[in-house]
Design a protein around this ligand. Sequence first.
Ligand code: B1M
Length: 208
Amino acid sequence: MSIKDVYQAVIDFDEDAMPDLIQKELASGTDIQKLLQEGLIAPMDYVGKQFSEGELFVPEMLMAAQTMKKGLEILKPKLGAGGGSSAGTIVIGTVKGDLHDIGKNLVGMMLEGGGFEIIDLGVDVEPKAFVEAAKKNGAKIVGLSALLTTTMPAMEETVNALKEAGLEVKTMVGGAPVTKAFADKIGATGYSEDAPGAVELARRLSAA
Ligand code: B1M
């Protein structure tokens, strides 16, 4: 039994084995931060790379993310108790008028796997709800998802609302119809094409 088994369980999508593996690691005194980084975050990075290279597809990414989440659920309260620190808080949601949430959920899970604290506002989220949640949670990043060309303007509205509120918050946007050019045009801080890219982007934005 070692951290490698936890890593392998994520790659094998072995959701059922995960709680037991994590409990055994904790009982044997494995450092929580090490377990998080090497057992749960590292395999998600691997899965993300495989996805980018076309070796894995969305269903597999979701299964890996779900398996990772099972482990994370057990570690989460212990991390809060001083075992480690979050990479920062990100408020995420699908913009006003848009009900698509599969991609947004995947992005949220991957970000969580990347060590971020995620406040998920769900779908059809009004600009002012993003502003309030960012304020309330001291978020440094707000992530917006849109899948419809008709809801892309709501992204711009949200970015503007955050600016008008005077919040020192960075914005990252994504979703099938969204492009880097569109992100630049609406004044978003960053754009990512997919979930693994969103983790890299969030890491860059929080380090900047
Ligand atoms: Co809808 N739908 N849909 N739909 N739907 C699309 C988006 C569409 C392209 C289908 C089509 O016509 N070919 C089309 C949009 C056309 C357009 O605007 N250009 C469309 C339409 C028209 C509609 C309705 C209007 C249909 C109708 O009612 N007449 C309606 C709108 C409802 C609404 O939102 N108000 C509608 C409804 C639905 C369902 C409810 C049935 C369902 C959504 C279920 C759900 O999400 N819970 C649905 C689905 C499933 C789709 C398709 C088939 C699949 C979307 C999906 O989940 N993809 C979609 C066609 C397609 O995309 N091929 C379609 C998988 C997901 C993992 O990918 O969401 O792109 P995606 O996320 C990726 C990246 O985009 C990125 O990372 C993710 C993972 O790599 N990403 C981010 C996403 N968010 C990000 C945020 C980031 C960074 C990256 O930073 C914060």
